[in-house]
Design a protein around this ligand. Structure first.
Ligand SMILES: CC(C)(COP(=O)(O)OP(=O)(O)OC[C@H]1O[C@@H](n2cnc3c(N)ncnc32)[C@H](O)[C@@H]1OP(=O)(O)O)[C@@H](O)C(=O)NCCC(=O)NCCS
Length: 246
């Protein structure tokens, strides 16, 4: 694809909002809960219904705060061990970038019991009424971009972050968010969904490669020779959304 067409496809994608055309049932998720994490300690249905909402940047401050906190809880150790290190100021900048798009799984605040430190310890809850805020159970941050900054050949949806709160993992939420990202990418005529994952994040690698059918992308460092590439601690994965004629 010519550079001009790639730029046009990305610009068109940024101006479209296909999220509103998705079936409402696809944007609701039933989450099983044990009695120990309900507010009263009891729950008649043993599940709560959460909703998925779409946001362009900026995220409302309370949601931004919760997303950053989930990121730090899930990924802090991995980033500290990685060649990148953990820099929450940089991560925050990434989250408020003009091109950032988010799918956020939300439930009403009183569905889960919040700890004292959740409510009292955050800068957000001091300035807003925390009781009326929904709780973030997970989110995906994605952007419409060229596949390669230096030598672009296709417009893609790039997943910058997929994070599910620890207690809600393995309940189908990650799969649902990735499915929506793929559907939106397809509707926006993106050619691939791409993402970066640490090699040491074996759980996420297993999820993408074996459950979501992603492959190591041709541009991933592991496809290139040289000490720097071989010692690189991340892989670039992708799923193609186009069928190429041979
Ligand atoms: C990786 C992650 C996003 C997966 O989301 P999730 O909601 O836990 O996964 P799901 O429940 O949607 O799982 C979908 C399928 O993958 C499987 N799966 C999920 N995690 C798995 C794991 N660690 N190992 C093997 N299979 C796994 C599930 O069993 C399920 O299989 P099924 O469809 O046959 O039932 C989530 O665990 C997470 O947030 N991890 C921490 C943050 C992280 O590493 N993010 C990725 C950064 S690149």
């Amino acid at each position: 694809m010519k550079l001009q067409h790639i730029k046009q496809a990305i610009s068109d994608a940024k101006n479209q909002n296909h999220f509103t055309s998705l079936p409402p049932s696809f944007l609701k998720v039933d989450i099983p809960i044990s009695a120990s994490n309900t507010k009263s300690g009891q729950d008649d249905n043993n599940s709560i219904t959460a909703r998925i909402e779409h946001f362009s940047t900026p995220l409302p401050p309370t949601l931004l705060y919760q997303c950053l906190r989930i990121f730090e809880e899930n990924m802090g150790d991995l980033y500290r061990q990685s060649s990148w290190g953990l820099d929450m100021k940089e991560k925050r900048k990434e989250f408020v970038h003009d091109d950032a798009r988010f799918l956020v799984i939300l439930t009403e605040e009183n569905a889960f019991n919040r700890t004292k430190s959740d409510v009292n310890g955050s800068e957000i809850s001091q300035s807003t009424n925390a009781k009326s805020e929904p709780t973030v159970l997970g989110f995906v941050h994605y952007r419409f971009e060229p596949d390669d900054e230096d030598d672009p050949i296709a417009p893609v949806s790039y997943v910058y972050e997929l994070q599910i709160q620890a207690m809600q993992q393995k309940s189908g939420l990650g799969k649902r968010l990735m499915s929506i990202v793929e559907l939106l990418a397809l509707k926006c005529r993106m050619e691939k969904v791409m993402l970066t994952v640490f090699k040491m994040n074996t759980k996420a690698l297993g999820f993408y490669l074996h459950k979501m059918n992603y492959e190591v992308d041709e541009c991933s460092p592991s496809n290139f020779q040289g000490e720097e590439n071989e010692n690189c601690d991340y892989e670039i994965l992708s799923k193609s959304l186009v069928v190429r004629s041979k």
